[in-house]
Design a protein around this ligand. Structure first.
Ligand code: UD1
Length: 416
């Protein structure tokens, strides 16, 4: 049952609650291993990436208890040992364990992390900056070992903005000796959530949400209880599903204030968007308008994680549009799949040109990564006839139960 069968042509109607953020909960869970005591993380999404992170924490000697969306991590018994390579291998964010482990134990060996196949995704920025904090890194075939007797603060000038690098360096810096400056720092809301968690635990961080972070090392962090904010990318996904299928959906807890570029684009394409105190009410139009040109970038620009979903909406709308990807070099993997469904898309360098006037029909298409997989499900909702999206496990990395959630909204789909 690693596929989803979708019968297109049903409007959505109803309400769905937006799960906690994947990209916020993963670095926060990594951070719990720096804390001697029990941390309670609420609103943790029940997705396979979180499952793998919890397995990694257990393999390091943490006691992990999960009660639905509430996770308790006790890192009191932390021991240095090998991490299961299957969990490191599937998940890019396992790299954030580097900063946390160096801070707590002074040493870490791991295979190069995996994740979606959307680009080369090297970790040179992470390792180079850690070296400036006193870390010795030995790279060997397929992995690396990093060691430090005591991390020290440094002025870390990065060549460009990287979300994962910023997170890793924050973790390394919060208990390092002296002051660390990270510039340019990523400004993503998930970084702000990590800083909020660490500050609650006693870290001294200024500049959260800006391009320059200044961190004063403290001797230790204390256990805390923290609630993970809602996932702006999941909210954007259900917005796109509604734009593809038509209808009216209330996205409960959707973090509208983190979604400005996405909501602007959706409104430009004809979606009705009403901001309410506890979420977003969205209406998909029967015939959408063009997206114009979308250019992905670092927050607050349009998120690369929603690029393929908006490509699906554009293809489904029958309008022409251009989408430029500037973050990952290989993030157009759904183009051949959308073509199989009847879309006419031309790729030239980093720009995808979607031609107007096409209608989508159901087809068997292959999810090749997380967001692209969700985009194929959204496109299939708009298609004429039935279609199948294979490789569902990619989608399960980031969505709690996309089949059930869409069924509750009136879509006709089932596991296959
Ligand atoms: C994170 C998110 C991912 C999102 C991305 C960009 C998580 C778990 N993942 O990924 O969903 O799409 O931010 O918003 O939070 N790079 C290097 N060397 C490095 C590090 C990065 O060349 O050492 C490059 C990458 O290949 C990429 C670009 O920098 O082209 C941005 O990557 P980065 O911001 O680090 O993304 P991730 O943290 O991997």
């Amino acid at each position: 049952m690693d596929a989803i069968r979708i019968y297109g042509g049903h409007c959505l109607d109803g309400q769905t609650s937006i799960q906690g953020s994947k990209n916020a909960s993963l670095p926060i869970l990594a951070a719990t291993l720096m804390i001697n005591g029990v941390c309670e993380i609420e609103n943790c999404p029940e997705i396979s990436d979180v499952y793998h992170m919890l397995r990694l924490l257990e393999s390091l000697g943490c006691r992990v208890e999960r009660d639905g969306p509430c996770v308790r991590v006790d890192a009191g018994g932390l021991a240095v040992c090998d991490m299961p390579s299957d969990s490191v291998g599937v998940m890019r964010s396992s790299v954030t364990l580097t900063g946390a482990l160096l801070a707590r134990t002074g040493s870490v060996c791991m295979e190069y992390p995996g994740g979606c196949v959307i680009g080369a995704r090297p970790i040179d920025l992470h390792l180079n900056a850690l070296r400036q904090m006193g870390v010795t890194v030995e790279e060997r075939d397929g992995g690396f070992c990093a060691r430090v007797s005591r991390l020290h603060g440094a002025v870390l000038k990065l060549p460009f903005v990287s979300v994962g690098t910023t997170e890793n360096l924050i973790l390394a810096a919060v208990t390092a000796e002296g002051e660390t400056v990270i510039e340019p720092a990523a400004r993503e809301p998930e970084i702000q959530a990590l800083c909020d968690f660490l500050s609650l635990a006693g870290a001294r961080i200024t500049g959260s949400g800006t391009g320059r972070l200044v961190i004063r090392g403290v001797t230790a962090l204390r256990p805390v209880r923290f609630r993970v904010p809602a996932d702006r990318i999941v909210a954007g996904t259900y917005l796109c599903a509604c734009m593809c299928a038509g209808g009216r959906v209330f996205l409960k807890d959707a973090p509208a204030d983190q979604m400005e570029s996405v909501l602007d684009c959706a409104a430009r394409m004809g979606a009705g968007i009403v901001r309410e105190s506890d979420g977003l009410l969205v209406t998909g139009r029967e015939h959408g308008w063009s997206c114009g040109r979308i250019v992905t970038g670092c927050y607050p620009a349009f998120p690369t994680d929603l690029q393929s979903l908006f490509m699906a909406v554009t293809a489904a709308s029958g309008q022409a549009g251009e989408i430029q990807e500037t973050v990952f070099e290989n993030r157009f993997r759904i183009v051949p799949e959308l073509r199989r469904m009847g879309a006419d898309i031309t790729l030239r360098g980093s720009v995808a040109y979607v031609k107007g006037g096409c209608r989508l029909h159901g087809a068997t298409v292959e999810a090749q990564e997380l967001r692209g997989g969700a985009a194929l499900v959204a496109a299939s909702l708009a298609a004429e006839g039935a279609g199948t999206v294979t490789n569902r496990h990619y989608i399960d990395r980031g969505y709690e139960d996309i089949v059930q959630s869409l069924r509750e909204l009136g879509a006709d789909l089932e596991p296959a």
